[in-house]
Design a protein around this ligand. Sequence first.
Ligand code: MLT
Length: 311
Amino acid sequence: MFKVLISDPLSEFGIQKLLDAPDVEVVQKPGLSPSDLLAEIGDYDALLVRSQTQVTTDVLAAGKKLKAIGRAGVGVDNIDINAATQAGVVVINAPDGNTMSTCEHSFAMLMAVARNIPQAHKKLTDGKWDRKSFQGVELNNKVLGIIGMGRIGTEVAKRAKAFNMTVIGYDPFLTEERAQKLGVIHGSVEDIVLQADFITVHTPLIKETRHILSTREFEKMKTGVRVINCARGGIIDEKALYEAILTGKVAGAALDVFEVEPPVDNPLIGLPQVVVTPHLGASTLEAQENVAIDVSEEIIKILRDEPFKNA
Ligand code: MLT
């Protein structure tokens, strides 16, 4: 029997896939502390996580029998990939399952920041009928810059086109032909920074994308620009964003992700121009079902030495 440890909350549909496999024994311990994980992991052939569990060098060293780690989601930044590779442990993620949910959340945040919806809601539920403080802006005829035209960025672009926005897309892998097909202007980060009314980021957090929007970029942006980050904290430099909001260069920001999560003493939270959610991009019934099923199916294949999708 292969033993699989699930150390974060996972959709029951994914768990059922594992339970249905006659050669798999499933142990669910969501919320396992780092020290308990270290003590436990030695017994398991595979580990299944979302974003809470930190799969460190120590975890990999202690996981003597580990063959595979599955991440029910896209980002694998909570897993030490180098240490896993050195230990010969396969790391897989679920790159497709939460695309639509994250795209829709990004678009909801874009609209929320354009029309001050959370701020107005708060005022009204606090008992104040205030129709003066929340004048917003239309999306119609505006320029949306999308940094990162992968799965999620592409879906955001399609929705922006339906709102009659001009879309400039940047991605090192975006071809002119693909851009044309999507009705997107193929631009650089600089083009986006100079021309966009709204900028949304959809890249992974890697060396090249860390603080891709920082002081230098904010200085060049149009006054009144609004920025959205539903990808990863750290793609936008939070300190630079805070300064740019205070100077009035940035009119609003919508953030689902933060450099430190949960955020601690983050001055952006509480600014009237900033709309926030606690990393909810993939938090839908559908996305959680999809990623849990995808990753569970692949883990079973790896354990059985069957061909699996590469992460
Ligand atoms: C992802 O990387 O899949 C999303 O950020 C959602 C999550 O962390 O669960």
